[in-house]
Design a protein around this ligand. Structure first.
Ligand code: F6R
Length: 233
């Protein structure tokens, strides 16, 4: 794992956007794995800025998002589809046929997951996967030892909803194996509330209780932290 420590959230966002932009420059038809949540918002803003300055082109870029809440329509402002449109896709010249986000309203979830995996394979696999990390060490919605969303995740994500019981209890997520098959991974963390988890992920044992710890086994991971998230290292 390569660890890069940025001064603060703004610097973390700029560095991430620059890495994503370099990936697109080096390989214009890159397959990007993308994350939602608060952490990558700044990076997406900066990536849009780089695009508007004319330095990158999304026409051949293909994207696969990590996850989607189960039961939410695309139009729901809390859906990850909506998040991606607002924060990135509607601002750049990406071909809408190249955007992939799990369908939270799929009737047959098993089939949706199989087809999603197949599409990733058909696209040639993920070149660069962007990840955030939950306070409990989840990546995507791969929770410690459980199949439903963890109580801590529901509590953390309730900040985007008006009430705790509005947060969906289930999600469709890219699995750990698919994430591990990505050629490169960039994991982002910002803020002191992630510091303990980041330290365990990097220096602790590899355990399903902290799903992100499996990244220790991946050959090309960059962990991009701000100083607060790095303060327990
Ligand atoms: C989002 C995702 C989640 C988040 C994680 C951190 O697509 O897969 O694993 O990356 O919950 O979320 P934030 O960035 O809001 O702290």
């Amino acid at each position: 794992m390569r660890i890069i420590i940025a001064k603060d959230y703004d610097e973390l966002s700029k560095k991430t956007a620059n890495l994503l932009a370099s990936q697109i420059t080096l390989k214009p038809n890159s397959v990007l794995g993308l994350a939602t949540g608060s952490t990558p918002v700044g990076a997406y803003n900066d990536l849009v800025r780089i695009y508007k300055e004319g330095d990158i082109n999304f026409t051949e870029v293909v994207t696969f998002n990590l996850d989607e809440y189960y039961g939410l329509d695309k139009e729901n402002p809390q859906s990850y589809y909506y998040f991606m449109m607002e924060n990135l896709f509607k601002h750049v010249n990406i071909n809408k046929h190249n955007i992939h986000i799990p369908n939270g309203r799929a009737k047959d979830i098993e089939l949706e997951c199989i087809e999603y995996e197949n599409k990733i394979k058909q696209a040639g696999g993920i070149d660069l996967q962007l990840l955030g990390i939950g306070r409990n060490g989840h990546i995507g919605f791969n929770e410690p030892d459980v199949k439903f969303l963890d109580e801590d995740t529901i509590e953390a994500n309730s900040r985007f909803f008006t009430a705790l019981d509005e947060v969906p209890r289930k999600a469709i997520s890219m699995g750990i194996k698919t994430i591990m098959h990505s050629r490169k991974i960039i994991l982002l963390a910002s803020g002191e509330e992630k510091a303990e988890t980041i330290n365990s992920m990097i220096n602790g044992k590899i355990t399903p209780e902290l799903p992100a710890s499996v990244l220790q086994l991946h050959p090309d991971v960059v962990v991009l932290l701000d100083e607060k998230a790095a303060c327990k290292l």
